[in-house]
Design a binder for this molecule. Sequence first.
Ligand SMILES: Nc1ncnc2c1ncn2[C@@H]1O[C@H](COP(=O)(O)OP(=O)(O)OP(=O)(O)O)[C@@H](O)[C@H]1O
Length: 288
Amino acid sequence: MENVIELQHVYKAFKGFELKDLSISVKKGFVTGFIGGNGAGKSTTIKLIMNLLKPDSGTIAIFGMDYKKNEKEIKQRIGFVFDSNIFYENITLAEMKKIIKPAYRKWDDTLFNQYVDMFELPLKKNLKTFSKGMKMKASLTIALSHHAELIIMDEPTSGLDPIIRSELLNILHNLMQNGERTILFSTHITTDLDRIADYITFIHNGQHIFTKEYYKIEEEFAIVKGGTNLLDRDTEQEFIGIHKTNHGFRALTANKQRTKNIFGDTVIIEKPTLEDIMLYTKKGEERC
Ligand SMILES: Nc1ncnc2c1ncn2[C@@H]1O[C@H](COP(=O)(O)OP(=O)(O)OP(=O)(O)O)[C@@H](O)[C@H]1O
């Protein structure tokens, strides 16, 4: 399967933060949900992927190409759906289009007008009067109007109400039907990914924890509940993180089958959410 994005051993340091040896790939034709808590390094990774930041070491290939030689070609094929605050606010959407259109070889006015109609966006109103949801749709319209093959979205649903979020997720779902498009979608609203993500990439504290097909996460990981009498130094090692109360424990395992073999019927095993995986990974780290 073709990788549209490939990071190999990428290292980037800021004062007090490091992205460490990040090797991740994003597969063509799928939606990859990019998750991690606040400050995990999602935006930094996206900036590296967009060439808005340079890695200290390691390599980044987009569509198999390198930014040093092929920046223009790569940028033609990416649509970046950014945080609404980056918009030039004192112009209309029609004026915005005029500025952006000449930069793209494949700009398509018909498509632009179709999305403007579909999203019910006003062309002649100042962008600063747009709501967050409208800004998101305007940003997506621009990405789609130049036939972007790779759409990168940094926290696209944050700050949107549930109705607009749901609408956006439906739009993204429909966009994926031709199999040619790839979406990388960073979020900490993990429930949004239930509906559209094929793969999940999880980073924590600047480190890549895993990239997995969504359905495999549910096959491999599990929430385990039982009495604290079952816990000792050895059994605790089975879990990524444990939460103990007076009544018992709740823990996360990355090996559901092994946990079943060890604990049998003495524990309750449940399906984890992505939020559980993020929370217990943090808990596990605190325990160390
Ligand atoms: N230009 C910069 N200079 C110095 N430190 C930075 C810079 N950009 C990001 N950082 C730091 O890098 C860390 C990771 O930030 P980043 O924005 O990548 O995280 P994130 O996963 O996107 O978080 P959030 O979900 O809160 O947006 C943070 O500690 C942040 O303060």
